[in-house]
Ligand binder design. Structure first.
Ligand SMILES: Nc1ncnc2c1ncn2[C@@H]1O[C@H](COP(=O)(O)OP(=O)(O)OP(=O)(O)O)[C@@H](O)[C@H]1O
Ligand SMILES: [Mg+2]
Length: 411
């Protein structure tokens, strides 16, 4: 058994002007001693360290330290493994053996790849090679000995000291079953919320249109009848009536605008393109930002959920342009790419860093981008946010379509 001695340092030496302090030589010698001890431990030349302290010398054996680590690793709720860069399992804990439902001895010295699907193997092998330098993470399905599949998060770190000939990797495997279930429940809940919100908006829009608008229209008609019945000389009353009529006109228009905003009836009656066109026109009129609608000239009806999602995404992006972008031009592009329908909205405004945008920093509950993402994933699509300070913003939603529903006419 080789033993290294480590002397703890005492008080630092104080320098005297012009002359090296007398303790300096002693301290240098101790430093060299400590460095030699560390080097010897790293290279495995010693397995015992003797540390001198106030209470006398204490002996730490590295076997003891290794034992403590083993107890720690065995008591973990995660699978822990050491592997070669070629994925041969050198060591694993019981938790991993339980995950793959095999006895420990059947796991050790086998390849980790046997627990992966053929599709995942190349990615994990690439990752192991890369991880030898920097470490990586991946989510995948682990295939247990009995064929069952387990969603896991794998995180890999290099274990070997730099310069060593045989690279060893440390791997921690976390069972994601519960996390995945929670994610699925949350996703289902948020899709349901989107559906309920859409149904409720439609109901309120119809009520506004059928009840309030009909009523204001009836009052307008009565005003006109009353105006005709007024004596020719009743100028003051006629002027009041005209003002009243004007206000009612405004109220009717406002109700119509709110109902349209809640759910444009044209979306159900005419489909996506006329509604996008109208939304762009209204936005340009209201904000004086120039809007260019590109891509398709006509479009066949898409599934109602897709039309609604794309319309809501446009609505939300235009709202963001108005509130945040300080843009002069917006380009809205709707097109079909193979079995995908794509809506991209680009502005030439101030842009932002999507990872650290101000609202996120302030902890404000910003829902716009989140809602757009939710809408897109609820119909099986993906949302991309491309932006940088000073470089404008592009929001792109891509939604896959059943081949049967495709009939986009290109410009
Ligand atoms: N087109 C854009 N130009 C510049 N910044 C933008 C643009 N779109 C979004 N942002 C930035 O991203 C942030 C998040 O947008 P998001 O729509 O999620 O929330 P919000 O608009 O702040 O609030 P909410 O939409 O919930 O009312 C905004 O606060 C803004 O800083
Ligand atoms: Mg917003």
């Amino acid at each position: 058994m080789k033993t290294a001695r480590h002397q703890p340092s005492t008080r630092p030496a104080r320098a005297t002007a012009g002359r090296p302090p007398p303790e300096l030589a002693g301290l240098r010698a101790r430093l060299a001693d400590a460095e030699e001890t560390l080097r010897a431990i790293r290279t495995g030349e010693v397995d015992t360290v003797m540390v001198a302290g106030k209470a006398g010398s204490q002996v730490f054996t590295l076997n003891g330290a290794e034992h403590a680590y083993r107890v720690l690793i065995e008591s973990m709720n995660e699978g822990a493994l050491t592997l070669t860069a070629d994925a041969v399992i050198l060591y694993t804990n019981q938790c991993f053996a339980r995950m793959v439902q095999l006895p420990l001895q059947q796991v050790i010295s086998g390849s980790f790849c046997r627990f992966l699907s053929a599709a995942d193997q190349p990615a994990v092998q690439r990752l192991l090679k890369r991880a030898a330098k920097s470490g990586s993470k991946i989510r995948l399905l682990l295939r247990a000995g009995n064929g069952a599949q387990l969603p896991v998060l794998i995180s890999i770190r290099p274990l070997t000291t730099p310069g060593a000939r045989n690279a060893t990797l440390g791997m921690v495997v976390t069972d994601m079953t519960e996390a995945r279930r929670s994610e699925e429940r949350l996703r289902a809940l948020s899709h349901r919320l989107v559906d309920v919100q859409e149904t409720e908006r439609r109901r309120v829009a119809v009520e506004l249109h059928e009840n309030i608008s009909q009523l204001t229209y009836a009052i307008l008609m009565r005003c006109d009848t009353l105006a005709r019945k007024l004596p020719t000389g009743a100028h003051a009353s006629r002027a009041e009536l005209l003002k009243l009529r004007g206000l009612l006109d405004q109220a009717t228009e406002e109700v119509r605008r709110i109902a349209q905003d809640l759910r444009p009836s044209a979306l159900d009656d005419l489909g996506l393109l006329p509604v996008l066109r109208r939304a762009c026109e209204l936005f340009a009129q209201r904000t004086s930002v120039r809007v260019n609608l590109k891509g398709v000239r006509s479009i066949a009806r898409l599934p109602a959920a897709v039309e609604t999602a794309l319309y809501r995404i446009l609505q939300e992006t235009l709202r963001n342009v108005e509130e945040h972008a300080r843009a002069r031009h917006v380009t809205v592009c709707l097109r079909q790419l193979g079995h995908l329908v794509q809506l991209a909205v680009t502005d030439d405004g101030i842009g932002f860093d999507p990872n650290t945008h101000p609202a996120r920093q302030k902890g404000k509950g910003s829902l716009g981008l989140l809602g757009m993402r939710e809408r897109t994933t609820s119909v099986g699509g993906a949302l991309e946010v491309k932006s940088a300070p000073g470089r404008g913003t592009t929001i792109r939603a891509q939604i896959p379509l059943d081949p049967g529903t495709l009939a986009l006419a290109h410009s």
